[in-house]
Design a protein around this ligand. Structure first.
Ligand code: FE
Length: 204
């Protein structure tokens, strides 16, 4: 795809992959689906400390965290209903970057001012052959990504609204996180903040 920027080996960025109009259309689509699967605040395994982000999911499998641990499950932990389907625009994005099969999970994270995500690996998936794909909507965020071992060198990049990032191949298990967002840098998300949409294949 055109406009591909290499951030690190097997870590790629497309600036404003979604135009401002497409961002608004995608946002409206996402907000409508979130009415069926409301954002909620997960807690950490063990100590039950609340996340600083709110989360929900689309797709056949949603990623959840609670006192018992991290896992994928087919239903929303609060409503017990199946997750809504993944937005067509996101399935098209996946198909432009990854070979079939399609993603099973779109994790939705809402970062209000002050929210962050510590360095972690996405490793609750049985299938790690497809790249993880992330879409940013709303406020800018400082994204950090390193290698597959904790404590190594990291690269930082600002993700802005409409940007797409993908990490697969040798970077599929890379440690990554959001250091902070830059509140007030976008007016897209109602109430302010940043929505991130993370697409993943889960099962083999
Ligand atoms: Fe992650």
């Amino acid at each position: 795809m055109v406009g591909k920027i290499t951030i690190a080996p097997d870590v790629f960025l497309w600036r404003e992959y979604f135009s401002p109009l497409q961002q608004k259309q995608l946002l409206d689509d996402v907000l409508a689906r979130l009415e069926q699967a409301p954002l909620y605040r997960p807690v950490m395994p063990g100590n039950a400390k609340p996340f600083s982000v709110e989360e929900s999911n689309f797709g056949s499998l949603g990623w959840v965290s609670d006192k018992a641990g991290y896992r994928y499950q087919p239903t929303h932990p609060v409503t017990a209903k199946a997750w809504p389907a993944i937005s067509p625009a996101l399935l098209a994005l996946w198909a432009a970057i990854n070979a079939p099969p399609p993603p099973e999970c779109c994790l939705v994270n809402l970062y209000r001012a002050g929210a962050r995500m510590g360095l972690h690996q996405d490793r609750d998936e049985q299938d790690v052959s497809a790249a993880v794909i992330g879409v940013s909507l709303g406020d800018e965020a400082l994204f950090r990504i390193g290698g597959a071992a904790r404590g190594g060198r990291t690269a930082s990049v600002v993700l802005a609204s409409g940007d797409v990032i993908a990490f697969g191949g040798t970077a599929r298990l890379a440690y990554h996180g959001i250091d902070r967002i830059r509140p007030g840098t976008s007016r897209l998300v109602p109430g302010g903040g940043r929505l991130s949409l993370t697409l993943r294949r889960v099962s083999v």
